[in-house]
Ligand binder design. Structure first.
Ligand SMILES: NC(=O)c1ccc[n+]([C@@H]2O[C@H](COP(=O)([O-])OP(=O)(O)OC[C@H]3O[C@@H](n4cnc5c(N)ncnc54)[C@H](OP(=O)(O)O)[C@@H]3O)[C@@H](O)[C@H]2O)c1
Length: 272
């Protein structure tokens, strides 16, 4: 039996990729719970098909309650897009434990809380779909984004493990979408590590951040990522990894083919 998605939860639904995805899925007829700390989403609510909810994904009890409330109201929860996230920039050496924890808190621990809360429902239903929004940074090591790359690589790997581990539980599928540069609030919201200004890496860091910020602010529309999510949800079998837009997909392919000793100096040179 093919299960279609009617009711979906998107974390980080107040802006950027999450909000664009909420709008696109609602336009396709789905009921979308758009969860974020703000608990709002700009633009139309598509005749009540987008329901903004206030949720910090680091609050486990509230995450479980949010999922239970959706199931109580609709009878099912068909899918979740694990998207809530933020970024931190700085050299790996300059990043202290508190800053590393900040990066892992929402993007990894918050994501896992969301997945665990939904898995309980998906196991009982015998079906459910999970799309994690990771990043091309998971497979391309960008200078001064090491901790961010690390958390996204962790979530990519965990998503693939979950796909394998849950495959005997029914029609439960996991997929990761790896966006490249997207124009969103992400760039403004990014934290810089405390030691960055006085660091021996300061000059190189400033140069790299100029390139990174320019790439993001002139990057693709969040609708491109939203379309990739919608396409996966419509498929009978979701792909394991999806890199939207051909240029970024080609970068992904090159990363697999070129040996590390060649690719790392090339990447470094591109950010100087
Ligand atoms: N922009 C890019 O170039 C890019 C590239 C690759 C991957 N990504 C990934 O895409 C995802 C979405 O980012 P975006 O670019 O759309 O940035 P964004 O516009 O800043 O959106 C981030 C979303 O996450 C929410 N959020 C943050 N912390 C949260 C928490 N603790 N609990 C619940 N919601 C939380 C924010 O809402 P509130 O502040 O209201 O909570 C917001 O809705 C992130 O995981 C990011 O790492 C982005």
């Amino acid at each position: 039996m093919i299960h279609t998605t009617h009711t979906i939860l998107i974390t980080g639904g107040s802006s950027g990729i999450g909000a664009a995805t909420a709008r696109m899925l609602a336009a396709d007829g789905m009921t979308v719970y758009a969860a974020s700390r703000r608990g709002t989403i700009e633009g139309s609510d598509f005749d009540g098909r987008i329901i903004p909810v206030k949720l910090d994904v680091n609050d486990e009890a509230l995450t479980i309650k949010t999922v239970h409330d959706i199931v109580e109201k609709h009878g099912t929860l068909d899918a979740v897009v694990v998207n809530a996230g933020n970024g931190i920039a700085g050299s790996v050496e300059d990043s202290d434990d508190e800053e590393v924890r900040y990066q892992f808190e929402t993007c990894c621990f918050g994501a896992l809380k969301t997945i665990r809360a939904c898995m309980e429902v998906f196991r009982k239903q015998g079906y459910g779909r999970v799309i994690t929004i990771t990043s091309v940074a998971a497979i391309v090591p960008l200078p001064y984004q090491g901790i961010y790359s690390g958390v996204k690589a962790a979530m990519l790997s965990i998503t693939e493990n979950l796909r394998m581990e849950t495959s005997h539980l029914g029609d439960i599928q996991f997929c990761s979408v790896l966006p490249g540069d997207v124009r969103t609030e992400f760039t403004c919201a990014r934290k810089i590590v405390k030691k960055a200004a006085t660091s021996p890496y300061a000059d190189e860091f400033q140069r790299a951040m100029k390139v990174i910020e320019k790439d993001e602010t002139t990057g693709m529309s969040a609708n491109i990522i939203a379309r990739a999510v919608l396409r996966q949800l419509r498929r009978r079998r979701m792909s394991v990894r999806v890199i939207p837009r051909i240029d970024y997909a080609l970068v992904g392919l090159l990363m697999r083919l070129i040996p590390e000793c060649i690719k790392l100096p090339i990447i470094k040179a591109l950010y100087r």
